[in-house]
Design a protein around this ligand. Structure first.
Ligand code: NCD
Ligand code: ZN
Length: 348
């Protein structure tokens, strides 16, 4: 369907089901930028030290709320960071608190601040059983960490080596396969039995791995899981625009200071919290599927998490604007994804 004539778009306000806000003096900018776009967000726990207890999640939540300007009703949905030693008792506390909405699995060594992560899921079975019982979802960074596996294959190998065996053992555990990047993951989530969902980032819908190397190495396009081949991007676009309620928006906006990205060993993560909705709109428009956007950004996620769908609407207008070259990040700067480039939609 040609969509060049669509000039305004009104949708239920989106939520972000995977967001890194960090901590300390950067919270003021990261949280207030996210709050301009989203009504709620699942807040990732990979701080230093990681958020491993309900008490730490409560304190982090308070720091986020304190950093927000007064005129916002943004709601941080907290998560715990799973370790080899998370006791089942902590899951019961998390459930009782009412503020913890998921437990995040970082395979140890998979990504930024994952060294305290899980070395073997077998060590976590009693805790995962308690999550299954309490209905708390496991949010998975779905990549194996074996350095002998090619970095572009780590997600697909994870499905066979970790995800399928785990789901056999715990068939009623709710799972979110986070920031999926491959055709293999999109097909697995579409076809699997039981309670599984997946988040998809704007950058994996808009870019393939060529973007990492346009005229030179492009650190601001480096994230984990890494951008993949075009056929994978096409499979993700197909999955999110299909009437399948298992896919929902999760920006994985992951800010790092400019100098930590533009570095001999640059950090992984793309910063999109300031313009993620516009990026998603652009991706859906590219494939002529704007009418499917609201399901992905605003309906499928709350249904998966058993939360109410937001009541308020937002409006986007077709208007060319330039993404800033840089944004404040505490005492430093962060470079947003597509810095300095034009984008065709603007959130009012
Ligand atoms: C994230 C970060 O920087 O915290 N980085 C990333 O590339 N996505 C961690 C993560 O979600 O893998
Ligand atoms: Zn992330």
């Amino acid at each position: 369907m040609p969509q060049s004539n669509i000039q305004t778009l009104s949708i239920i306000q989106p939520d972000d089901w995977h967001l890194h806000l960090r901590d300390g003096d950067v919270l003021q900018s990261t949280a207030s930028q996210a709050a301009k776009q989203f009504r709620r967000a699942i807040i990732m726990p990979n701080l230093r030290p990681p958020v491993t207890t309900t008490e730490a999640a409560q304190q982090y939540r308070k720091r986020i709320l304190d950093a927000l300007p007064g005129n916002t009703n943004f709601e941080p949905l907290m998560t715990l960071y799973l370790t080899d030693n998370t006791p089942p008792e902590e899951i019961r506390k998390a459930k009782e608190s009412g503020i913890v909405h998921g437990v995040k699995l970082y395979p140890a060594g998979a990504t930024t601040n994952s060294d305290a992560g899980v070395t073997s899921l077998d060590r976590c079975i009693p805790t995962l059983e308690e999550m299954q019982k309490q209905g708390i979802p496991l949010l998975m960074h779905g990549e194996v960490t074996d350095p002998s596996i090619d970095i572009f294959d780590r997600e697909a190998v994870f499905i066979d080596k970790v995800l399928i065996p785990l789901r056999k053992k715990l068939p009623d555990l709710k799972i979110v396969f986070e920031h999926i990047t491959t055709k293999a993951a999109a097909e697995y989530v579409t076809e699997a039995d039981g309670y599984i969902g997946a988040t998809v980032t704007p950058h994996h819908l808009l870019f393939n791995r060529n973007s990492l190397f346009v005229g030179g190495i492009r650190p601001h396009y480096y994230c984990l899981p890494i951008l993949k081949r075009e056929e994978n991007r096409q499979a993700l676009l197909k999955a999110v625009t299909h009437k399948n309620s298992r896919f929902f928006a999760g920006t994985d906006s992951a800010p790092h200071a400019k100098g930590a990205k533009e570095n001999a060993c640059g950090c992984a993560g793309c910063y999109t919290a300031s313009h993620a909705i516009e990026l998603y709109v652009q991706a859906f428009e590219e494939v002529g599927e704007l009418e499917k956007l609201e399901w992905f950004t605003s309906i499928n996620g709350p249904k998966f998490y058993n939360l109410p769908v937001n009541r308020n609407k937002i409006t986007l207008v077709k208007e060319e604007w330039k993404i800033p070259d840089e944004l404040p990040f505490g005492h430093e700067k962060v470079i947003p994804l597509m810095a300095g480039e034009s984008i065709h939609w603007k959130l009012k």
